[in-house]
Design a protein around this ligand. Structure first.
Ligand code: NAP
Length: 304
């Protein structure tokens, strides 16, 4: 399904050609579940209509994430929250989901108290038009032509923009507050404290996040590395002496997020610094939505 603009367009999936239909309330009749990824306004308009027709909605937008009636789920962390759903399940913000792939196993080991994060977010997080804009700017630069920008407020090629999403009165952006608010909800830690600076970088695909975290209990590097190794959502990529650390180029199209550069944080008593990279279109969005559907199936929630 897509907008009326795309209705009738052929699309290939699983070796078969399908025809795109317009997303209308009636289109959800008879469906077991639907994954929404068309922005908050569309979700707010169509998700309740789908639910009315018996269709479970897994929503990629931010429209319902902080609604207390709606579970916000990363299956490796809080799959148990799915059983309380009332028709809509929210898929978390991309940077938050990826950061938690590094933070959650460490939280289980040492008890997370607070964290400071900076993100390095790929242009694909803004959608297809932003990817095209970066490509065009790189071509224009190599030909010494004028560089134009429409999607971003400034040139993104050979630049970084400390600006993701819209600014709030506090000076934070909405994206930066998602790390704290969604992190608290997913980890079920209402007292968690976090601050984040979100930065757009000229990377096509996969976000990276630098994290400084403080824990309740003393940290141990061997225990921290083992916790990451044993966690199903992450892989340990941490051998700086051999120049091995997670990089976005290596994590596009990967199921697991990479965690590395783990070290004792000299700014805290019980602190760790770490670096996480992951595909925000996969773990940060589409893959997590599929994993939610698979987990609901496992729990018998999808069956009518
Ligand atoms: N990109 C990411 O990393 C990411 C991560 C997590 C969540 N999200 C969320 O996912 C959503 C989409 O992001 P995106 O990056 O995939 O954007 P995108 O590449 O611009 O795609 C938007 C899609 O929404 C469809 N659409 C627009 N209006 C519609 C309508 N009235 N009814 C049905 N479908 C409609 C479009 O269909 P047409 O082609 O017909 O216009 C298009 O397929 C946003 O809410 C975003 O916040 C994105």
């Amino acid at each position: 399904m897509a907008s009326a603009r795309s209705a009738g367009t052929p699309i290939e999936f699983g070796g078969k050609i399908h025809t795109v239909i317009e997303a209308t309330p009636e289109a959800f009749e008879g469906l077991d579940f639907a994954i929404f990824s068309a922005g908050g306004d569309i979700s707010r308009a169509l998700a309740p209509e789908a639910v009315k027709r018996g269709c479970i909605v897994i929503d990629n937008s931010s429209a319902f994430r902080m609604n207390p009636e709606v579970p916000l789920v990363v299956p490796e962390i809080n799959a148990h929250a799915l059983k309380n759903h009332k028709g809509i399940i929210a898929n978390p913000n991309c940077s938050t989901a990826i950061a938690l792939m590094g933070l959650y196993p460490l939280h289980k080991a040492f008890g997370l108290k607070r964290f400071f994060a900076s993100t390095y977010q790929a242009v694909s997080g803004t959608g297809a038009k932003a990817m095209a804009e970066l490509k065009q700017q790189v071509f224009a630069w190599t030909k010494n032509e004028a560089i134009e920008h429409n999607v971003y407020p400034h040139q993104i090629a050979f630049n970084v923009l400390p600006h993701v999403d819209s600014f709030l009165d506090t000076g934070y952006t909405k994206e930066e507050m998602k790390m704290l608010n969604e992190g608290r909800k997913i980890l079920e830690l209402p007292e968690l404290v976090a601050t984040c600076t979100c930065v757009r970088v000229p990377v096509m695909r996969a976000h990276s996040i630098s994290i400084d975290a403080e824990f309740e209990r003393p940290v141990d590097l061997a225990v921290a590395r083992k916790a990451i190794e044993d966690f199903s959502g992450a892989e340990l990529k941490d051998d700086p002496a051999n120049k091995i650390y997670p990089m976005p180029l290596d994590y596009q199209g990967k199921v697991k997020c990479g965690v590395g550069r783990i070290r004792k944080n000299i700014a805290f008593d019980n602190g760790l610094a770490l670096w996480v990279a992951g595909d925000q279109l996969w773990k940060g969005a589409a893959l997590n939505a599929i994993q939610i559907a698979e987990e609901m199936d496992r729990q018998g929630i999808l069956k009518k």
